[in-house]
Design a protein around this ligand. Sequence first.
Ligand code: GMT
Length: 375
Amino acid sequence: MKIGIVCYPTFGGSGIVATELGMELAKQGNEVHFISYSEPARLNVLMPNITFHPVEIENYPLFQYQPYSLALSTLMVDIVKQHGLDVIHVHYAIPHAYAAFIAKQILKEDGIELPVVTTLHGTDITLVGKHPSYKSAVEFSINQSDIVTSVSQSLKQNTLDVFKIKKEIHVIPNFIESELFDHLKQNCPRENFATEDEKLLVHVSNFREVKNVPHVVEVFHLVQKKIKAKLLLIGVGPEREKVELLVRKLGLEDQVFFLGKIRQLYQILCACDLFVLPSSQESFGLAALEAMAASLPVISSNAGGIPEVNVEGVTGYLSNIGDIEEMAENAIELLSNEEKLKEFKENAKAYSFKFRKEKILPMYMNLYEQAIKKD
Ligand code: GMT
């Protein structure tokens, strides 16, 4: 099959899901064309069957804002014509689903049918998508997609609550490549961060407000009063400075490491003991799933789709958003009981298998086939 994948190139979850999906489809012999404004963070452009097409924008002085959607739909049209794509899969509705609709209409004029699959990832619905400046266009472009998927049951419900959706929404959860985590077991640089008698907590995100990163630091502050521990904060984003100030205010500078954007995420995860995800919104929580695949129990909020990934009392614990005390108590309970911690680590790893790529990818392939038949 010849598949176009449109995504954001950043380390955010939607771009990662799109990239991992595309690379796997390419491994299976499909021809995959990535379209984005820069090379997706996890993309290996040297892999066979992969081509990356950058969206180029002319910086004309008349425009206060460059018309990205226009350039994107134009590029989609060109690539479909040049490479004969069978289907295009857009990740994150804004503006990708809208640009795909325009491309579809342009191609129709030339007698070419372009089946469009749209995957909703979270903030494209729960935050940005429902904003009055975008709502009608987002609703319209979701309804115009041939197939719509969402990454959790919770996000599907949110979408139905916010928009008038006429299409069926297929739930296809995020996925992981389990073997990747298994290979790295012997290679975890734990001694770089903690001594034998210290526990290692970790958080990974894009440091946006919805991630509540200050809550991670506050939870850690309470934990380290009872248990010798260190905290790794991985990622960059708008809240980072605020978080650094909080770390200093609480006198935790020697115990909290800011690692920024890193490529060796899995090696770091497997060196840790506990993952913390206190988000106020989270459609799925790919970061938590990746941590579970590295055998980390998760202390999280119960926002959005997190309960579909982190199972209360089995793979970790869930608390109401902002309940820092309870999150800290749960973390302390787990970290102070070696037997329980071991059991939760095993549970987390075992539960992550539910989301193995081998199980999830055929779901997308099925939908591509349906979309192609429909058109
Ligand atoms: O988490 C983010 O802010 C990044 C965001 C994105 O769109 O890149 O992630 C969303 O998509 C991920 C992949 O489907 C989900 O695992 C995340 O839960 C979701 N984030 C939110 O809903 C806040």
